[in-house]
Design a protein around this ligand. Structure first.
Ligand SMILES: NC(=O)c1ccc[n+]([C@@H]2O[C@H](COP(=O)([O-])OP(=O)(O)OC[C@H]3O[C@@H](n4cnc5c(N)ncnc54)[C@H](O)[C@@H]3O)[C@@H](O)[C@H]2O)c1
Length: 375
């Protein structure tokens, strides 16, 4: 299997998710970092590239230099795709320019700042015919894939209600005032976009519900609060959801819930049973069939669906988690780039566009005093 080489934008020294992407892309020995514009200043980009062993010629001062520099190389010697792991405001331009130039793109969520940018990107990607993956990594977990399989196979009956909760506590204080950079841009509307917690983690919750249940949002009733004095974006979100076909939902996303680390959970209630999956205990899926004892389904076992098996690397009892799930998104996207079949899917530019709309409609509902707002 041929290695694909990629260039990374963002993910320099002290960045969070860029390092996760590098591990995930490399986990199955299918992709290697070949170039980078890794930071917002040329000096830091060069230092970050050198620390990762990049050739000095391919430690670019900016993503525009990387685009020009890679296009100037012979086609067989360019990066095949770019990974964009910058703060949200610096997603759209590089994603659009690299896709338009024929490079595949892996971009972190939320995809862009508004629906005008999202539509532009959808058009650009379709015209280019390239692969575009948005790293909503929670759909990469084997037992999330099995939950989706069970819902589709009718194993819990028609879905009536969904409760998705994403609780964190790390922004319970005015952390941004300390200069902590992940807090600083996430609480700044010019860099984060319209949403605070709702954009940062609520967007993952929306995608998880959509992925597992296939339900389509019809309307949102949202209450957004900024509890920490001086904060300009929400740090706590409570939403009621109505789906087409009559199902109902509750979505809670909060970053001021002290004691919670990365506590994402999904409950799906159907007419004949329910499912529970928790990100902090991701190797177990709880199935509660009507009138029968609870069942615990565990990762790595042969009774799981083929997609869940394909998303697994280790035998049962050898825990897999965040990094492996992230790598599953890469595996699907890399197969698509090679035009090879794969049981592993990945979130697309359309999923990214829906996520952007979700943030916009939620903020619109909250701004109208929690009025029900059509999706
Ligand atoms: N999928 C997930 O679970 C997940 C988790 C964390 C973050 N994210 C997303 O990943 C993105 C980055 O988040 P983070 O927490 O890693 O942020 P971060 O602040 O830790 O890192 C951002 C990096 O981008 C660089 N950067 C900023 N502007 C740039 C530019 N114009 N060109 C090149 N580099 C530039 C910074 O120097 C830094 O290295 C965000 O969109 C965030 O929402 C996703």
């Amino acid at each position: 299997m041929a290695h694909l080489t990629y260039g990374m934008i963002g993910g320099g020294k002290d960045a969070f998710i860029g390092a996760v992407h590098r591990i995930a892309a490399a986990l199955d020995h299918q992709a290697a970092l070949g170039a980078g514009a890794l930071s917002s200043t040329p000096q830091r980009s060069r230092e970050s590239g050198a620390a990762l062993g990049l050739h000095p010629d391919r430690c670019y001062p900016s993503w525009r230099d990387m685009l020009q520099g890679e296009l100037a190389r012979p086609a067989h010697d360019r990066v095949a795709f770019v990974v964009i792991v910058t703060p949200n405001h610096a997603h759209f331009e590089p994603a659009r320019e690299f896709a338009a130039a024929g490079f595949h793109v892996v971009l972190d969520k939320p995809m862009v700042l508004d629906s005008a940018q999202a539509s532009d990107l959808v058009r650009t990607v379709h015209a280019a015919g390239t692969v575009f993956a948005v790293t909503y990594n929670y759909s990469g977990y084997p037992l999330v894939k099995h939950a989706r399989h069970m819902v589709r196979a009718g194993e819990i009956g028609r879905v009536r209600k969904v409760i998705v909760e994403y609780h964190q506590g790390w922004l319970a204080t005015h952390l941004e005032a300390s200069g902590q950079k992940q807090a600083a841009w996430r609480t700044d509307p010019s860099r984060s976009g319209l949403g605070g917690a709702i954009g940062d983690i609520g967007s993952h919750a929306e995608q998880l519900v959509s992925y597992v249940t296939g339900l389509e949002l019809e309307a949102i009733c949202a209450d957004l609060t900024a509890f920490v004095p001086g904060r300009k974006l929400d740090d706590d979100a409570s939403l009621l959801l109505r789906f087409r076909g009559g199902a109902r939902g509750i979505l809670s996303a909060s970053q001021i819930q002290i004691g919670h680390e990365n506590d994402l959970s999904l409950r799906v209630y159907g007419e004949t049973g329910s499912l529970l999956w928790r990100q902090e205990e991701p190797n177990v899926l709880v199935h509660r069939p009507l009138g029968q004892p609870d069942r615990l389904l565990r990762r790595g076992n042969p009774y799981l669906c083929p997609e869940a098996q394909a998303a697994t690397r280790l035998p049962p009892g050898h825990p897999e988690a965040f990094l492996e799930a992230f790598a599953n998104i890469y595996r699907g996207a890399l197969a698509a780039m090679r035009r090879e079949p794969s049981l592993l899917d990945f979130p697309t530019v359309e999923d990214g566009a829906r996520g952007v709309r979700f943030i916009e409609r939620t903020v619109a509902s909250a701004a109208s005093n929690a009025k029900w707002t059509p999706f």
